[in-house]
Design a protein around this ligand. Structure first.
Ligand SMILES: [Zn+2]
Length: 185
């Protein structure tokens, strides 16, 4: 009798395992990116989900630095913190293209010229304009203002204080104009 119970139990375990494997073979992936709204780091996540549901069976994430997050960290502009992830974009498992509150910010944080601009303003002690750039950078509706700023000192090749002040004055007007036309975040 005991042998028979053991046999039934082993068949049950095998059945559950086989069913689980079949179910796992059926799962679809939803891949998405999030941006930390404090430092600009990016997290890439893959969710294994049952088809056409948001039921996640397994999740795997990878966090990586961006030019902006590296600049903010190495210059001490952002202190050690818990990342605050904002959904940027994703797709898969029946979703073609999902867009979130950081859909545009994800492109700005990967810009080396924006990172260089922040570093230049920081090292030149132009902290007020640096912070204005950061505020616009992390706003999804205003981030492209920052991406489209011209590089500093691109015409002369070298940067002097007067060049920088002139540049800030011109770009400050540009940011005011953009904010009045397209609205603030
Ligand atoms: Zn962060």
């Amino acid at each position: 009798m005991q042998r028979r119970i053991k046999k039934v139990a082993s068949y049950t375990v095998c059945g559950v395992l086989v069913c689980s494997m079949i179910a796992l073979a059926w799962v679809s992936t939803f891949r998405f990116r999030s941006v930390c709204e404090k430092c600009g780091a990016i997290r890439q996540t893959i969710d294994w989900q049952f088809p056409f549901t948001r039921w996640t069976v397994f999740e795997r994430s990878r966090v990586y630095e961006t030019p902006v997050s590296r600049t903010l960290a190495t210059n001490g502009i952002v202190k050690v913190h818990d990342h605050q992830w904002i959904f940027a974009s994703g797709g898969g498992n029946g979703v073609t293209c999902a867009l979130g509150r950081a859909s545009q910010v994800q492109f700005t944080v990967e810009s080396t010229s924006v990172a260089l601009l922040i570093e230049t303003l920081h090292k030149s002690s132009e902290l007020s304009f640096r912070d204005r750039i950061l505020t616009n950078l992390f706003g999804n509706r205003t981030t492209w203002f920052v991406r489209t700023l011209p590089p500093i000192g691109s015409t002369t090749g070298s940067l002097v204080a007067d060049d920088l002040r002139q540049w800030i004055s011109a770009q400050s007007e540009y940011l005011d104009e953009m904010a009045s036309t397209h609205g603030k975040e």
